[in-house]
Design a binder for this molecule. Structure first.
Ligand code: CP
Length: 305
């Protein structure tokens, strides 16, 4: 049984194995020859926060592999959490019903708490502003697929870096590869937490913090945009102050390398002008599709003995 709680838990060898398995899953889906390796298994998805991609792509992945799915969406209201049940008790019950549990919760650390009492693997589908490891893996897979490598890349992260669990999940995976340089581009109010920066320094990560997209955009191989996460702000007024500070505009595309890619975990709101969607360098919908293949690989990994 293998819980998937945090991107930092994986060795390079495990990362490579999961990427290889995701590639095989993609080929098998495209050839219509998926092996039903999860036949007779039940996958539970319980989401205490909204989701389109993570929940539905995990469920798609499970169904493609022959598993059956039980699901509680909007679980804050539609599960017994509404009546005050603890996450530990909810998890104990799910682990009696299902073979693997995919969980999203607004509180950082919840997946780890659940893993301590679960008799079955827990896959963290996002816990607050902390971790979203399956997103980290699908982002890594996308970069490899689009660029053919995971090293010697200039990667810019733009937007709400303070609250981005996707950045905090992709970076530990990219740290296994050499020669990459990271640019963290955000307004002051949304910059990466200082403790995260301290950790990067400790690990000798090559990075720069910038406040404007224009400064280094022409050097980037990957521009990873993020949404300003309204749900993480204490009040509407604080969100309103920053929500329009950071937008990728159509004119920025003129400065971007011909083979650069624009990524975004989605959903996107207004941080990328809609005209950018038409540019072939906009990789975010391809990125989201990759989620199915990567989550097939992660489900298989979590159930390996
Ligand atoms: N990227 C992502 O986690 O999307 P959802 O919130 O739609 O699951």
């Amino acid at each position: 049984m293998k819980h998937i709680i945090s991107a930092g838990q994986f060795s390079k060898e495990e990362v490579e194995k999961i990427l290889k398995c995701a590639k095989e899953m993609e080929i098998s889906v495209k050839e219509g020859k998926v092996e039903k390796i999860l036949k007779d298994k039940i996958v539970a998805t319980i989401f205490f926060e909204p989701s389109t991609r993570t929940r539905l792509s995990f469920e798609t992945a499970a169904l493609k592999l022959g598993a059956q799915v039980i699901s509680s969406e909007n679980a804050m209201e539609n599960s017994s959490a509404y009546k005050g049940e603890t996450i530990e008790d909810t998890t104990r019950m799910l682990s009696a019903y299902a073979d693997v549990i995919v969980m999203r919760h607004p509180k950082a650390g919840t997946a780890e708490v659940a893993s301590k009492v679960s008799a079955k693997p827990i896959i963290n589908g996002g816990d607050g502003a902390n971790q979203h490891p399956s997103q980290g893996f699908l982002d890594l897979y996308t970069i490899k697929k689009e660029h053919g490598r995971l090293d010697n890349l200039n990667i810019g992260f733009g937007g709400d870096l303070l609250n981005s669990r996707t950045l905090k999940s992709l970076l530990p995976l990219l740290r296994h590869y050499v020669g990459n340089k990271f640019y963290f581009i955000s307004p002051k109010e949304l910059e990466l937490p200082r403790e995260f920066i301290a950790e990067l320094k400790e690990h000798n990560v090559n990075f720069e913090e910038l406040s404007s997209l224009d400064e280094k955009i022409s050097e980037l191989d990957v521009l990873y945009m993020t949404r300003v996460q309204k749900e993480r702000f204490a009040d509407e007024a604080s969100y309103d102050k920053v929500k329009n500070l950071f937008i990728l505009k159509k004119e920025h595309l003129n400065s971007l390398k011909e083979n650069a890619i624009i990524m975004h975990p989605l959903p996107k709101i207004n941080e990328i002008e809609i005209e950018v969607d038409l540019d072939p360098r906009a990789a975010y919908f391809r990125q989201a599709e990759n989620g199915v293949y990567v989550r097939m690989a992660l489900l298989a990994y979590s159930l390996e003995s």
